[in-house]
Design a protein around this ligand. Sequence first.
Ligand SMILES: [Zn+2]
Length: 70
Amino acid sequence: MPYCINPRCPNPLDPENVNNSTCRNCGSEILLQGRYTVVEKLGKGGFGNTFEVDDRGTRTRTHFCFSTHR
Ligand SMILES: [Zn+2]
C-alpha cells in the first residue's frame, strides 16, 4: 500500500491511493520523483523522515525531507 509522506495528511494510508500518483486526501505526490512509492515510514529525524520505498520494484530505504512550503 502506498504511503503519503505529507505529515499533515488526514489519511496517509488510504487504500484508495493505490492507483493514484497523487494523494486523494491532500494532493501530495504518491509517486515521488516519478519513481519511488513509499511503502513504510521507518523513523523520524530533525529534518525529515526515513522511509522504506519501492524504487521501480526494488525495496530500498531513503530519506525524504517533506516541504510544506509551496
Ligand atoms: Zn496525503
